[in-house]
Design a binder for this molecule. Structure first.
Ligand code: IP8
Length: 255
């Protein structure tokens, strides 16, 4: 059975304007939709939102390891781990057997880019029908000491490693907007220049690049033959629709 990789953005699950503030109504609805739509093996990834971006900024984690940032590793990891626990709790309540996989424990970066992921535990859990739930995190970096690892980078690495059949990015918008505020239905190498020009950062505190960062990661994935869909996960029915193949948004593909 092939694998689906789904990321739900931190802007859907949390209030990005207020530190460590969840949006429990969205967390429980999305958990219920995952339960309704699930028919394949699933890896779920979630963004940090206000559980992590505020802490990462406060301690300057993107500056690499120094006297200040070292003090922020645990508060940042703890914040996003807390959000992860809330999500897993709701999945369980909806009959989805999910477990936390913290990237801090299985990923190493090099110059801010994901360099290696220990896939053993993910492979093993997936083979047993258990849903691994990863998240954006602080992570060890071979050159910088530490850095922030966005869930967007994790999507691309896992989708490639698992040869995913489908990748979804649930955000708080209907897809990627063009300059005329219309949704761009498809992004491919033929229009990426125009698209990048139209992109701007997401609202609130985001240390990992907002929509521009996402599209860069997804174009890389598309180049290796794995298409992805950016869709609105705040619209009820879209998460289960994505899992069933009926959801609309912006399709990112390689040709
Ligand atoms: O929200 C960022 O992950 P993202 C992770 O997926 C932290 O970009 C800790 C800020």
């Amino acid at each position: 059975m092939s694998v689906i990789v789904l990321k739900i953005g931190g802007s859907v699950l949390t209030d990005k304007g207020r530190s460590s503030t969840a949006r429990p109504e969205h967390i429980s609805r999305i958990a219920a939709e995952i339960s309704q739509g699930l028919s394949s093996k699933l890896v779920l990834i979630h963004g940090a939102g206000s559980f992590g971006h505020h802490q990462a900024k406060e301690f300057g984690l993107k500056a690499g390891l120094n006297e200040t940032s070292i003090k922020g590793i645990w508060p940042t990891h703890l914040a996003v781990k807390t959000l992860n626990g809330m999500i897993i709790d709701q999945l369980y309540q909806n009959g989805v057997y999910a477990v936390p996989i913290h990237p801090l424990s299985i990923c190493v970066l090099k110059d801010g880019r994901l360099d290696s992921v220990c896939m053993d535990v993910i492979d093993e859990l997936l083979s047993r029908g258990i849903v691994p739930v990863l998240h954006g995190d602080v992570a060890a970096d071979r050159t910088r000491g530490i850095d922030i690892l966005s869930g967007d980078q994790i999507i691309a690495a896992l989708a490639k490693a698992l040869n995913a059949k489908k990748v979804g990015i649930g955000t708080n918008v209907d897809g990627v907007y063009a300059k005329d505020f219309k949704i761009i239905e498809e992004i491919s190498p033929s229009n990426i220049g125009i698209v990048k020009d139209a992109l701007s950062g997401s609202g609130g505190v985001d240390v990992t690049g907002g929509m521009y960062g996402k599209i860069t990661e997804l174009m890389d994935l598309a180049a290796s033959g794995i298409p992805s869909l950016v869709f609105n996960a705040e619209t009820p029915g879209n998460v289960s629709g994505f899992l069933r193949g009926t959801c609309k948004g912006t399709l990112i593909h390689g040709d």
